[in-house]
Design a protein around this ligand. Structure first.
Ligand code: IMP
Ligand code: MG
Length: 173
């Protein structure tokens, strides 16, 4: 049977929200240089759209994290499979992530970066999916809060499919 994809956030809604998020980030950092750290792969479209709206000098780096767990939930054990290439020490750092679910992945990564003594460290995510949150990590910039569901499109995948869809859709298997 074909999976059903139900659009829940349109490309227009995403772009409008991104302009608001970027305005907030531009105000908060007020021209100070910012090091953006994107968590691959799901973030690639969101990050590309967001950074083009930022007005301060920006540097960009990426990490790839692998979290262990069953098919669709994380266990909290996280490995870095591609590490940072830029030095975060004494810089304003903004982690950019596609979606926060249990929160275990971002919790691990925030703790990891804190050890490298950035000047400041904040988190920006496109989607904050609250139903299965098991740890409390402060999220400084949130695109959309969603209650539940498995979401794909705009960079997010299910088993590597659907990343290229322009709208965010709920996947009904
Ligand atoms: P967490 O550690 O449980 O917060 O899981 C976060 C990671 O799981 C995200 O970076 C995504 O890669 C993946 N993930 C969680 N929910 C979804 C979803 O609805 N669609 C696509 N990926 C998801
Ligand atoms: Mg991810």
């Amino acid at each position: 049977m074909q999976p059903v994809l139900k659009p829940i956030i349109s490309r227009g809604q995403i772009q409008a929200r991104l302009r608001e998020l970027a305005a907030q980030i531009n105000r908060d950092y007020a021209g100070q240089p910012l090091l953006i750290v994107g968590i691959l792969k799901g973030v690639f479209i969101f990050l590309a759209d967001l950074v083009r709206l930022l007005e301060m000098p920006v540097r960009i780096d990426f990490v790839r994290l692998r979290s262990y767990g069953d098919r669709d939930s994380s266990s909290g054990r996280v490995a870095i499979t591609k590490d940072l290439e830029l030095d975060v020490t004494d810089r304003h750092v903004l982690i950019v992530e596609d979606i926060i679910d249990s929160g275990l992945t971002i919790q691990f990564f925030v703790q990891h970066l804190q050890q490298q003594r950035p000047k400041s460290l904040k988190v920006c995510c496109l989607l904050d999916k609250q139903e299965r949150r098991t740890c409390s990590v402060p999220l400084d910039y949130v695109g959309f809060v969603v209650a539940r569901g498995f979401l794909v499109g705009y960079g997010l995948d299910f088993a590597e499919d659907y990343r290229q869809f322009p709208d965010i859709c709920e996947l009904e298997l």
